[in-house]
Write a protein that binds this ligand. Structure first.
Ligand code: AMP
Length: 282
């Protein structure tokens, strides 16, 4: 496994793969890897000749006052995990080379990004689309693997790939969960026992809502949302940001539940820790 930290070296390497017709699979991450990340690596290794993982905590997707400084990091452990999953290249650039002084160009998607997480984190997706554009230009992948856990991010990035004509195919991996149902996230490392107990309610709420649709044939959005909220309100440390039923392809709010198309999506804070999760209905 080779580790590249230089932006120009990464680009030269990727251009030489491109010239040789070598197909590259790419998994962008912010590090502190868990099984969710590793499942994306496994998913894309099947098809790619070269497998590149990026590890970069992207400052532009954090707003002032969010958890950029304390975001968990462990490069040594991440590299060992990548090595164990037969990653070929890890791209771990330094911030000052990704965003050199004077950098003033950003990429923003201006529709899907506005709702849901975009309402509470107005600059977040602009940071995500900007870093993904940079990483795509530097690593020149044929495939990029993204996790369904960040459902809105998937739709935003797919839209950007289409709009900016990146020759990249998106491969989506299912959400990996801990034994107790909590969606894996690097941010779970912030949770103490009490907080984790309340965080679990997010998964329970999604399951309760989904069971109305799947077992009782409920198609009424308000009824399902009410069920989700009833479960979420059991958490004294939990504050709901949103709980919605959306079209999984567009992230637009649904008027009626369409099994196979509609998705329950939740964001909530447990104390100050913001968690997201979702569940495909039907
Ligand atoms: P992050 O390091 O949080 O930016 O995530 C990097 C990639 O891993 C994104 O495509 C995420 O959607 C994906 N990911 C994060 N958590 C999970 C999970 N529990 N299951 C599957 N994929 C995940």
């Amino acid at each position: 496994m080779k580790i590249i930290s230089s932006v120009s070296e990464m680009q030269q390497q990727a251009l030489s793969w491109e010239r040789a017709g070598t197909q590259v699979g790419f998994v962008p991450t912010m590090g502190f890897l868990h099984e969710g990340h590793l499942s994306l690596i496994d998913l894309i290794r099947e098809r790619a000749e070269i497998l590149v993982v990026s590890i970069f905590v992207n400052p532009t997707q954090f707003a002032v006052g969010e958890d950029l400084e304390k975001y968990p990091r462990d490069m040594e452990r991440d590299l060992a995990l990548c090595e164990s999953r037969k990653v070929d290249y890890v791209f771990a650039p330094e911030n000052k080379y990704i965003y050199p002084p004077g950098a003033s160009t950003f990429v923003s998607e201006e529709k899907v990004s506005l709702g849901l997480c975009g309402q509470t984190r107005p600059s977040h997706f602009k940071g995500v689309t900007t870093i993904c554009s940079k990483l795509f230009n530097l690593c020149r992948p044929t495939w990029v693997a993204l996790g369904q856990k960040d459902a809105q991010q998937v739709v935003v990035i797919k839209r950007m790939i289409q709009d900016l004509h990146f020759p990249i195919e998106v491969v989506i991996g299912p959400t990996l969960r801990d034994y107790d149902g909590l969606a894996m996230s690097s941010r779970n490392s912030y949770l103490n026992d009490r907080q984790r107990k309340d965080a679990l309610l997010i998964n329970q709420a999604l399951r309760s809502g989904a069971s109305l649709v799947e077992e009782k044939d409920v198609r009424n959005v308000d009824r399902v949302k009410a069920e989700v909220m009833t479960v979420l309100r059991q958490g004294s440390l939990l504050r709901v940001n949103y709980a919605e039923v959306v079209n999984r392809e567009t992230m637009e709010l649904e008027n009626e539940i369409k099994p196979g198309r509609s998705m329950l999506i939740v964001a909530a804070w447990v104390d100050s820790i913001r968690l997201i999760d979702n569940w495909l209905l039907g």
